[in-house]
Design a protein around this ligand. Structure first.
Ligand code: CP
Ligand code: NVA
Length: 305
C-alpha cells in the first residue's frame, strides 16, 4: 500500500502522533536522519509559495535526498497532458511527489495513478502539511494537544479551516471555526471531522460569533480572507470578515497563555493586526520554522516501512 498524504485524516491519530514525535526529534538534531539517501522527490507548484517550497527543498536535502523543484505552470500538465499520465511518468523517475494545485480532485487523480507517495502541498480544500507544523507548534508552547481549544477565525470554507478541523480533531483538539455567514466549512468535512472527533475526544463547532469562539480558547488561528485563486470570485471578502480580525481586543478574551498562529503570508491590518502578529503571544515564526521539521517527519512516514 502506497502511503499518500492528501488530507489530514490520511494519518490515523497514532500515525499523526508518531510523525509529530519524529518532527520534534528532527528539530533537536536536524541532520541525524537520512531516510531519503539515494531518493529523489519532485515538488511541483501550480500556485505561488515561499515557505512550502523552501522548507521542502531544504528538508529533502537534509534527509539525504535530491529535491527537484518545478513550476507546474511550465509542465505539459499545464497544456494537454492528463494528470494521470503525468503521474505515471513521475512514478518512473521519483520516489515521492509533492504537489500544490487547485481542486482536491486533481490531487486525488494524481494519487490514483501513482506508484509512489503523493503529498498535498496545498489545494483549495486542504493544507495538511501546514497543520502538522501548527500542531507541533501548539504542543511546544502548551506541552500537550488533546483537550485544548483552538479557535479558527476567517474563511471557514478554505484549506486552512478544513485542515485545522480534520488535523485538529485527529490530535484530540476542540476545534471551533468562526466564519461570516456564507463562508461555513464544507458539510462533508464537518461530518468527517465530527466522526474522527468521536474517536479522539475532540470536538467540532462552526459558528458565526467570533467572541463565542474565542472565549476559553488556548489557540487563535487565522488565515487570508482571500485565498489564492479566489481573487475574482465576486464575493465581498473584506467587510463581512472585519469582526473576525485577530486583534488585541479579541485576543484579550481568550484564555490566559493563549497563542496566535497564522500560516502566512499575513495580510497585516486585515485578518490580523501588526500588534498581535508581532506581539508576545504570536508563535508564527516558530510555526513557519516547524514546516521544515514536520515535513521531514512526514516524508519519512510516507516512504517508511
Ligand atoms: N503557509 C504557506 O503554505 O506558505 P507558502 O504559500 O509561502 O508556501
Ligand atoms: N488559504 C491560503 C493559504 C496560503 C498558505 C491560500 O490558499 O491562499
Amino acid at each position: 500500500m502506497v502511503r499518500h498524504f492528501l488530507r489530514d485524516d490520511d494519518l490515523t491519530p497514532e500515525d499523526q502522533l508518531a510523525v509529530l514525535d519524529l518532527a520534534d526529534r528532527m528539530k533537536a538534531d536536524r541532520l541525524a536522519f537520512t531516510p531519503l539517501a539515494g531518493k529523489s522527490v519532485a515538488t511541483i507548484f501550480e500556485k505561488n509559495s515561499t515557505r512550502t517550497r523552501l522548507s521542502f527543498e531544504v528538508g529533502i536535502a537534509q534527509l539525504g535526498g535530491q529535491p527537484i523543484v518545478v513550476d507546474g505552470r511550465t509542465m505539459q500538465l499545464g497544456r494537454e497532458e492528463t494528470i494521470e499520465d503525468t503521474s505515471r511518468v513521475l512514478s518512473r523517475y521519483v520516489d515521492v511527489v509533492v504537489w500544490r494545485t487547485y481542486a482536491q480532485a486533481r490531487m486525488s487523480a494524481m494519487a490514483s495513478a501513482s506508484r509512489v507517495p503523493v503529498v498535498n502541498a496545498l489545494t483549495n480544500e486542504f493544507h495538511p502539511c501546514q497543520v502538522l507544523a501548527d500542531l507541533q507548534t501548539i504542543r511546544e508552547r502548551h506541552g500537550r494537544l488533546a483537550g485544548l481549544t483552538v479557535a479558527y477565525l476567517g474563511d471557514g470554507a478554505n484549506n486552512m479551516a478544513h485542515s485545522m478541523l480534520l488535523g485538529g480533531v485527529t490530535a484530540g483538539l476542540h476545534v471551533r471555526v468562526a466564519h461570516p455567514q456564507g463562508f461555513a466549512p464544507h458539510e462533508d468535512v464537518l461530518a468527517d471531522a465530527g466522526k474522527r472527533a468521536a474517536d479522539t475526544g475532540g470536538s467540532v463547532t462552526a459558528l458565526t460569533d467570533p467572541r463565542a469562539a474565542v472565549a476559553g480558547a488556548d489557540v487563535l488561528v487565522t488565515d487570508a480572507w482571500t485565498s489564492m485563486g479566489q481573487e475574482n470570485d465576486g464575493k465581498d471578502r473584506i467587510s463581512p470578515f472585519r469582526p473576525f480580525q485577530v486583534n488585541a481586543e479579541l485576543l484579550a478574551t481568550a484564555n490566559d497563555g493563549a497563542i496566535v498562529l497564522h500560516c502566512l503570508p499575513a495580510h497585516r491590518g486585515f485578518e490580523i493586526t501588526d500588534e498581535v502578529l508581532d506581539g508576545a503571544t504570536s508563535a508564527v515564526w516558530d510555526e513557519a520554522e516547524n514546516r521544515l521539521h514536520a515535513q521531514k517527519a512526514l516524508l519519512s512516514w510516507v516512504i517508511g516501512p
